[in-house]
Write a protein that binds this ligand. Structure first.
Ligand code: ADP
Ligand code: MG
Length: 248
C-alpha cells in the first residue's frame, strides 16, 4: 500500500532522508513509520537504510549502516499483521497490558521483541544484541560478515549437528529456567548460523513461562528442533529433553 508523503513542513535534511528511505522501502511505509525511521536517523542510531534483507507478512528486516558497521532494522507492518494471530501470545503477560487497536498490538510486538532480546542478553542466550526500539521499529545487532547476512539454519550445511542441536537446546533451557521465557516460534527458520554457532532470532511472539499456553509452546519449539536434527542423524528423545529443560 503506497502512501503519498506530504513534505511541506519538513526541513531539507529530513526531506532528503525521507526520500532515501522511500526509495529503499519501495514506498511501502506509512507516514508514522517513516517518521520513526527519520527520527532514528537523526538520533544517529543508523546512518542509512541499505536494503531489505527479508520481507514477511508481519515485518520487513533491513540492513542499515551505522557509524561503526551495520545494524538490522526490523519494521513491523501496521497494515498486514494479523490481530487474531497475535492476540493469544500476549494473553496473561503482566509486562504488557491489554490492547484493543491493531496499531497498539503491532507496537507491543516490537516492545516485546526488544524486551525479550534484552532478557536474552542478560541471561547469556545467543540472540542479536538489542540496540534501540521505537513504536513499530526494532534495531538490533546485524548478524553477518562484511555486510552480508549469515544464512538461516534451514539453509546451511551443519558440520557438527549434535553440537549445534545441544547448543540450541541449552539456550532453550536457559531461556525457560533463567529468563522465564518460551520463544514460541522456534524452528530452523528462526535460527541464524553465525559460522557454526546458532543464534536465535524473531522474538516478538515469545511468552513468559506463566502464560497459560507456555508449556505447549515449549513442547512445539523443542519438537521442531529435535525433529530437524533427527533428520541429520542426531537422536534426542522429545520427552527426556523436555523433562531436562523444565526440571533437570
Ligand atoms: N539481526 C539480524 N541480522 C541479520 N539478518 C536478520 C536479523 N534478524 C532477522 N534477519 C533476517 O530477516 C529474516 C526475518 O526476520 P525474523 O525476525 O525472523 O522476522 P519474521 O517475523 O518476518 O520471520 C530472517 O529470516 C533473517 O534472514
Ligand atoms: Mg522469522
Amino acid at each position: 500500500m503506497a502512501y503519498k508523503v506530504s513534505k511541506r513542513k519538513l526541513p531539507l535534511r529530513e526531506d532528503k532522508q525521507l526520500h532515501e528511505i522511500n526509495k529503499i522501502a519501495g514506498r511501502v511505509f506509512d507516514r508514522k513509520t517513516l517518521d520513526v525511521l527519520v527520527r532514528m536517523l537523526n538520533a544517529g542510531i543508523f546512518r542509512s537504510l541499505d536494503y531489505p534483507i527479508a520481507s514477511g507478512k508481519e515485518a520487513i528486516v533491513f540492513r542499515a549502516t551505522t557509524k561503526t558497521g551495520y545494524a538490522a532494522v526490523k519494521v513491523y507492518k501496521y497494515e498486514t499483521s494479523s490481530f487474531h494471530h497475535m492476540l493469544p501470545y500476549i494473553e496473561g503477560d503482566p509486562r504488557f497490558k491489554a490492547v484493543r487497536r491493531k496499531r497498539d498490538l503491532v507496537q507491543l510486538w516490537a516492545r516485546k521483541e526488544f524486551a525479550n532480546l534484552q532478557a536474552c542478553c542478560v541471561s547469556g542466550i545467543s540472540a542479536p544484541e538489542p540496540i534501540a526500539m521505537r513504536d513499530n521499529v526494532v534495531v538490533m545487532e546485524f548478524l553477518g560478515e562484511k555486510g552480508v547476512p549469515y544464512a538461516l539454519l534451514e539453509d546451511v550445511i551443519v558440520e557438527k549437528p549434535a553440537e549445534v542441536c545441544d547448543a540450541i537446546l541449552a539456550d532453550v533451557k536457559k531461556l525457560y529456567r533463567d529468563a522465564d521465557i518460551v520463544h514460541a516460534d522456534l524452528s530452523p527458520f528462526n535460527v541464524i548460523m553465525r559460522k557454526q554457532e546458532p543464534v536465535i532470532i524473531d522474538w516478538g511472539q515469545a511468552v513468559l513461562t506463566e502464560h497459560p499456553q507456555a508449556e505447549n509452546y515449549l513442547r512445539s519449539d523443542v519438537t521442531n528442533i529435535v525433529k530437524y536434527f533427527g533428520r541429520l542423524g542426531v537422536k534426542r528423545e522429545l520427552e527426556t529433553t523436555l523433562e531436562k529443560i523444565m526440571h533437570g
